[in-house]
Design a protein around this ligand. Structure first.
Ligand code: FAD
Length: 490
């Protein structure tokens, strides 16, 4: 970045400097927001030779996927367990860039546990896609014969294609496709509420179909589940070295107060409380509400007013994480889907993060409730009591174990709600301002509110920057190819 002022130059000289700038210096970019969208944009651009400065409001990177020392327990906890799937090709690419791919543990099998403890396992077999999980599915005792028929019928609707977005919500789709109560409560909800963080009656059919097709039907590799074996902020801390070793700068605890575009110099001046920076382009990589808060500090124009209106149409959906430390192990499972309960997932963190937790006595469990609207108003102790009660129904040892400490993390603004027709107002990377680009999981990527969606948005914004710089580059990775019989479909 160069000093904001170019005092003493004539108009002609300033124009000449502006003209020569791209030839003299690398194109400079300020990325605002150090979540996955901002990190992926910044890393892709830095690697491609752009001069990058990343401004992040908090003291750490990772945004909504981060860890911190919990004040009540003194433990480093993730704001919530984050999982990825094999089809998250761009997120996996970001991990490769950052050199942290080895910190992801991959699992092919999902265990569904019923109250009482009976387990059903879904895992791929030798059969070709889309039938690879069929033998395990037919064996699964969690689903009755009529549930299995209904699920099979429902899944077959997504084999050939993902339905286009429409006014219909997924609850209506389930009823139109004759799904049984068991199929809905024990299959569709556990899979989709956690993947999309929304209840079926508010969920887009298009994205529900996309999750099923792209993760469960396309190939065995697409559906395998990745779980970080280290706290989330450790995964993303490596981005600082990555950027700095490529000439970039990372300013933590730094939030812009104003943005000014100069037609004359064709540059942005971004003012933070301590310093002004200039750059050839900016990437605004914020959650939708974060961009909403910044709008008054950006130039006003009719497109910006429309963007503000559209931002007002997004809504939030909460996720609650319940962290429990017991004096002993309560299960041998590393993770499980819990059926017919408020708690949806159990992650056995002391087993999933063995290096981090080695030598610690007892066990550490995180329970996750997606679309946890019912928990928003509940008291901390009520939630812990409910969690302990339900956990004992699945794992009898939990009833005997002593709870040593607990933390409840309610992320009330965890993700935007992926309601039908939301895609009509999701913007592309192109913003209402010159050489300013939008990123964030809510931007139009064709993906829902996920880490993969955020990284895709970051790569798309980086591609838009490269076009503005006159050196078009491609950062997005191709989707996983279909395997088996799925290759025969368009
Ligand atoms: C509880 C929870 C569980 C989740 N589980 C999963 C999961 O299992 N799998 C999955 O794929 N996804 C999951 N997600 C979703 C995933 O975390 C998000 O989709 C993704 O992290 C969003 O990244 P982002 O960069 O778009 O936004 P953010 O992570 O929100 O990043 C925006 C960044 O901008 C910063 N910022 C805001 N304002 C300013 C400002 N004025 N100046 C500078 N910086 C600013 C913020 O501090 C933040 O770091 C979960 C989310 C939550 C909250």
């Amino acid at each position: 970045m160069r000093p904001a002022a170019e005092a003493g130059l004539t108009q002609f000289e300033k124009a000449a400097v502006a003209y020569m700038q791209p030839l003299l210096k690398p194109f400079s970019v300020i990325v605002v927001g150090g979540g996955l969208a901002g990190l992926s944009a910044a890393c892709a651009l830095a690697e491609a030779g752009y001069q990058v400065r990343l401004l992040e409001k908090r003291r750490y990177l990772g945004g909504r996927a981060s860890s911190y020392e919990h004040p009540g327990t003194g433990e480093v906890i993730d704001n919530c367990q984050h999982v990825l799937l094999g089809n998250c090709v761009n997120l996996i690419d970001l991990y490769r860039r950052l050199g942290v791919s080895d910190a992801i543990r991959w699992f092919d099998r999902l265990t569904f546990v019923e109250p009482g403890g009976r387990r059903s396992i879904l895992e791929p077999s030798f059969l070709p896609a889309p039938f690879h999980s069929m033998p395990a599915f037919l064996r699964a005792q969690a689903f009755s014969f009529s549930d299995k028929l209904a699920i099979g019928r429902g899944m077959s609707a997504f084999v050939a294609r993902v339905p286009s977005d429409s006014e219909e919500n997924f609850a209506q789709w389930l009823s139109r496709h004759g799904q049984t109560r068991g199929a809905i409560e024990r299959f569709w909800k556990p899979v989709l509420v956690s993947a999309l963080n929304e209840d079926p009656d508010r969920m887009s059919v298009h994205y529900a179909g996309q999750v099923i097709r792209k993760s469960l039907l396309l190939s065995p590799g697409a559906g395998r589940m990745g779980v970080p074996a280290i706290p989330l902020s450790e995964l993303y801390r490596s981005a600082i070295d990555y950027l700095e070793s490529r000439g970039g700068h990372v300013d933590l605890s730094s939030a812009p107060e104003s943005f000014q575009w100069s037609d004359e110099t064709q540059q942005w001046t971004v003012a933070t409380p301590s310093q002004n920076f200039t750059s050839d382009a900016v990437v605004l990589a914020l959650a939708f509400e974060g961009l909403g808060k910044l709008l008054p500090s950006l130039p006003r124009n009719p497109e910006a007013d429309q963007l503000a209106k559209n931002l007002g149409c997004f809504g939030h959906s909460p996720i609650t994480g319940i962290h429990l430390w017991f004096d002993r192990e309560i299960t041998d499972l590393e993770h499980a889907i819990l059926l017919d309960a408020t708690i949806q997932w159990m992650f056995h963190k002391s087993r999933l993060q063995p290096e981090k937790r080695r030598g610690e006595p007892g066990s550490y469990i995180e329970l996750v409730v997606s679309a946890s609207k019912s928990m928003v108003e509940m008291q901390r102790q009520e939630i812990i009591d409910l969690a302990q009660r339900e956990l004992a129904e699945f794992f009898p040892l939990a009833a005997q174990a002593k709870l040593v400490k607990a933390a409840v993390v309610k992320e009330v603004r965890a993700t935007y709600s992926i309601r039908p027709r939301l895609d009509l107002i999701r913007p592309t990377a192109v913003s209402p301002w010159p050489r300013a680009f939008l990123a964030g999981d809510w931007v139009a990527t064709g993906w829902p509110a996920t880490m993969e969606g955020a990284v895709r948005s970051g790569y798309l914004a980086a591609e838009a920057v490269s076009r503005a710089a006159g050196k078009p580059a491609h950062f997005m990775k191709p989707d996983l190819p279909p395997t088996g019989l799925m290759r025969l479909l368009p």
